[in-house]
Design a protein around this ligand. Structure first.
Ligand SMILES: C[S@@+](CC[C@H](N)C(=O)[O-])C[C@H]1O[C@@H](n2cnc3c(N)ncnc32)[C@H](O)[C@@H]1O
Length: 323
């Protein structure tokens, strides 16, 4: 200790006498102590108030947690009661280099939707995402790294044919001549992870044939009146498969998943729908199944080339209405 410090502390020790508030003479130390005590007393109410506030805050937090738990009883109940299906559903992301970034971002959202739907499904499938890499992975890392904690999903950088056995695979593609009737839960159904506005027409069918694996299209034509091509977005195909596993009825599955505004009409009810649409022309920019709009009439007038263009536009807007 320095000599200055020693003398300071001595000065304190010697208790330089100072006159207190009352008759007593108080030392500096005693005065400090008294002051502290007074402050402590003065702040008693403040402390009490703060304690009250903290208690109230804790109560509110507990209440919010309890509400969170009761907010989504279905979800919890579903997950508890969910009976997983052995069926494997694969999103094949090997088309990454064929997409522009804006479409990769759409695919990312569609995959997020598939994941969420599978988590709350009555019969969740064994979900695979294969050939995960490139722009998609980069986008998933940048936008929301949460995917690394996703549960019950096999995310693989390998191609699906390296992960699953060839005999089990069925590529889902609207260009296949085979129409899916029943789902075989021992199989692995593959969905092309592609948002391409049909610029790569028939690419998944071609891929299936190249790999020598089975392929099939959803039986849309038998249940939904289609005006044009039957190309659906990735998440719609995924959700239809989940809905079928739950309802065991294609028509119900299609109409649970395909939004009404897309003009999906059950086969046999077309006339009624046409009548409704005449009354509501504003809704004529719908796409895909059952759409009856001005563009179609124009196509019929102007021949094949324009029909093709319109179909492409319809396909564009279908993908826009997907997630
Ligand atoms: C937006 S589509 C991609 C369209 C792409 N031009 C093609 O030929 O695959 C995304 C994927 O959904 C699946 N898909 C879409 N419509 C389907 C249908 N009607 N039946 C079966 N699979 C379908 C296919 O696996 C397809 O690769």
């Amino acid at each position: 200790m320095s000599s200055d410090a020693v003398s300071d502390s001595r000065a304190d020790e010697n208790e330089q006498e100072v006159q207190g508030g009352g008759n007593e003479t108080l030392s500096k130390r005693q005065r400090k102590k008294l002051l502290k005590q007074q402050q402590w007393e003065e702040q008693r109410d403040l402390r009490k108030q703060k304690r009250k506030e903290r208690k109230q805050q804790r109560k509110l937090e507990k209440q919010a947690q309890a509400e969170d738990r009761t907010d989504c009883p279905d979800r919890k109940r579903f997950r508890k009661e969910a009976e997983p299906s052995p069926l494997r559903l694969v999103i094949d992301c090997s088309f990454d280099n064929l997409m522009m970034l804006k479409d990769v971002k759409k695919l990312h959202k569609q995959i997020q939707r598939c994941y969420a739907e599978n988590r709350r499904a009555a019969h969740p499938v064994q979900f695979y995402i294969t050939s995960h890499g490139g722009q998609l992975k980069q986008n998933m890392d940048e936008i929301n790294k949460g995917w690394v904690n996703w549960k019950d999903v096999h995310i693989k950088s390998e191609h699906f044919h390296e992960v699953l056995s060839k005999e089990d695979l069925v590529y889902l593609t609207s260009d296949s001549p085979n129409i899916l009737q029943e789902l075989d839960e021992a199989k692995a159904y593959v969905i092309g992870g592609l948002v391409d506005h049909n610029h790569h027409k028939g690419i998944s069918f071609k891929r299936a044939k190249e790999l020598g694996i089975a392929h099939a299209q959803l039986p849309l034509g038998s249940f939904v009146k289609m005006n044009s091509r039957k190309v659906l977005a990735v998440n719609h195909v995924f959700e239809i498969m989940l809905a079928y596993l739950e309802k065991r009825d294609w028509q119900e599955a299609f109409f649970t998943v395909l939004p009404q505004r897309k003009g999906a009409i059950p086969v046999g009810q077309e006339n009624k729908q046409e009548q409704d649409e005449d009354e509501d022309e504003e809704d004529s920019d719908t796409c895909e199944p059952g759409t009856q709009n001005n563009e179609d009439t124009k196509d019929q007038r102007n021949g094949k080339q324009e029909e093709h263009e319109t179909q492409q536009n319809q396909s564009d807007s279908c993908e826009r209405t997907a997630v």
